[in-house]
Design a protein around this ligand. Structure first.
Ligand SMILES: *[C@@H]1O[C@H](CO)[C@@H](O)[C@H](O)[C@H]1NC(C)=O
Ligand SMILES: *[C@@H]1O[C@H](CO)[C@@H](O)[C@H](O)[C@H]1NC(C)=O
Ligand SMILES: *[C@@H]1O[C@H](CO)[C@@H](O)[C@H](O)[C@H]1NC(C)=O
Ligand SMILES: *[C@@H]1O[C@H](CO)[C@@H](O)[C@H](O)[C@H]1NC(C)=O
Ligand SMILES: *[C@@H]1O[C@H](CO)[C@@H](O)[C@H](O)[C@H]1NC(C)=O
Ligand SMILES: *[C@@H]1O[C@H](CO)[C@@H](O)[C@H](O)[C@H]1NC(C)=O
Ligand SMILES: *[C@@H]1O[C@H](CO)[C@@H](O)[C@H](O)[C@H]1NC(C)=O
Ligand SMILES: CC(=O)N[C@H]1CO[C@H](CO)[C@@H](O)[C@@H]1O
Length: 404
């Protein structure tokens, strides 16, 4: 550890760029182009934390079979986006609403309310068709976790607890960990269509049988969960002709989602917060309003003095941390938007907000310095050998994604 502070910084930057390149390559989901880019850059993985807080090397490689499945998935999602085309699917899906709960054991819906939290301490498992604790006069927030997470992940707990602290709402946590917990990222992506089918059916049941109003429904999704919320919204419109009020996307995942993603078609109002743009999160604006705290890219404040793998994970999760702060204090972060107006970011964003918005959550000059430095290095390529050296230097343990 004789390396000077500034050299350490430069090493950070190298590694950040490598992770970045892997994602640039993966943005092109179009199979051949993707593979060519990949071969050129020699990178085919990104880093993600798993449920135990360990860093996993996650492959973005796929074989021909997976490619066919991915194409199917994309085409299917595009079809749902064009809801005029799917009359056939609609009548089949509507045939039996009572079948809504005959799910496989792969997706679960857990209800939290103030009373349940006070008295029982855990939520009610709606998978067992028990709605007696569900109060339809209250608004309902449906929470979609991301890749390698589950219904008890920090994201779910913090968002749930923050809401129950300040509002009398129903919180439904969607637990799809059985499918999101695979070490194969492409497999988790491919399962999204099926999970969205379940979720759409469940929400349609809430609306049509339980009596929840569309304008009481708000989805909040993080990373892959943001797209899952979007795909659920697409199906609700296409199959059930129901448009929910709002979807808040918290740093929607980037790899494989450049073209098919959470977007304006999925709800009456879609607000998105970008915090790790170009890397783990999408940078491009796809909502009615898109917020870019601190430029929307890594490193977010408090995320730059850590190891190069965690830097992006930290920036990515910053999206829901900022959002949860605004649940408690709606006007904490005011953003300047492209229509020359200012809007609060997060819970308090008004549904008429439009455009792209920037704001700062930290004025630390070090961050500006670091960003400039990062730009200087952004054109360089780095070998895997150098990366393993960097990882060794920081003593980062990487777990291969071969476990499944
Ligand atoms: C995969 O597809 C490529 C071209 O599309 C073909 O050349 C190759 O033989 C295929 N590989 C397998 C294992 O089927
Ligand atoms: C639920 O699904 C199982 C297996 O797919 C099927 O056998 C059963 O008939 C279904 N139950 C109802 C009530 O539709
Ligand atoms: C919810 O209920 C289903 C079906 O009974 C069960 O398989 C699942 O483990 C339950 N989930 C939780 C989080 O309790
Ligand atoms: C349902 O929620 C409303 C609004 O919070 C409350 O006034 C009412 O008492 C609740 N009903 C029941 C049965 O708990
Ligand atoms: C869910 O994730 C948390 C950590 O985020 C972990 O402690 C817990 O064991 C996981 N639960 C299951 C059922 O895997
Ligand atoms: C937002 O606009 C105000 C007033 O025009 C300005 O003082 C502030 O610096 C701007 N903030 C950002 C992050 O651009
Ligand atoms: C991970 O896989 C690579 C290449 O397959 C191998 O060289 C490396 O030793 C593996 N690392 C661990 C921690 O298993
Ligand atoms: C989801 C959940 O159980 N939330 C909270 C319920 O309330 C207690 C405090 O009263 C919290 O500690 C739990 O996390």
């Amino acid at each position: 550890m004789k390396v000077t502070h500034s050299l350490k910084r430069i090493l950070f930057v190298c590694a950040v760029n490598l992770v970045c390149f892997s994602c640039v390559a993966s943005n092109k989901h179009d199979g051949h182009k993707f593979k060519k880019e990949q071969a050129k850059l020699g990178v085919d993985f990104v880093y993600f934390p798993d449920m135990k807080g360990q860093t996993r090397r996650v492959s973005l490689k796929y074989d021909n079979h997976t490619q066919v499945k991915l194409e199917e998935f994309y085409n299917n999602e595009k079809l749902f986006a064009d809801h005029k085309k799917i009359g056939r699917l609609r009548s089949a899906a509507l045939k039996d609403m009572n079948d809504a709960f005959n799910f496989s054991n792969e997706v679960h819906f857990i209800l939290y309310t103030r009373e349940l939290n006070d008295s029982i301490g855990t939520g009610v498992n709606l998978t067992t068709f028990d709605f007696k604790e569900y109060n339809i006069t209250r608004d309902t927030k449906i929470i979609f976790h991301g890749y390698m997470e589950n219904g008890s992940s920090d994201f779910d707990l913090v968002i749930t607890n923050s809401y129950l602290k300040v509002s009398d709402v129903n919180i439904i946590v969607v637990d799809w960990s059985y499918l999101s917990g695979t070490y194969l990222y492409t497999k988790a992506v491919m399962s999204l269509g099926e999970v969205a089918d379940y979720c759409a059916k469940f929400v349609a049941y809430l609306i049509r049988v339980v009596g929840v109003k569309q304008n009481q429904l708000h989805f909040i999704g993080f990373s892959l969960g943001a797209h899952l919320a979007g795909f659920t919204g697409k199906r609700l419109r296409a199959i059930y002709s129901e448009t929910i009020q709002r979807i808040s996307g918290l740093d929607p995942a980037a790899p494989l989602f450049e073209e098919v993603n959470l977007n304006q078609q999925d709800a009456n109002f879609v607000d998105i917060i970008h915090t790790d743009g170009h890397i783990l999160g999408l940078y491009k604006a796809t909502g009615h309003v898109d917020f870019y705290p601190n430029g929307g890219v890594s490193p977010q404040p408090d995320c730059y003095n850590i190891n190069p793998v965690e830097i992006d994970i930290c920036s990515h999760t910053n999206s829901w941390k900022l959002y949860s702060e605004t649940i408690i204090n709606e006007h904490l972060y005011t953003a300047n938007c492209s229509d020359d107006k200012q809007y609060p970011m997060g819970k308090g964003t008004p549904i008429e907000a439009r455009g792209n918005c920037i704001l700062s959550t930290d004025t630390d000059q070090a961050m500006i310095w670091f960003k400039n430095l990062k730009q200087e290095f952004s054109l360089l390529h780095f070998s895997n050998k150098l990366v393993s050296k960097i990882f060794n230097f920081f003593d980062i343990k990487i777990f291969n994604d071969t476990v499944n």
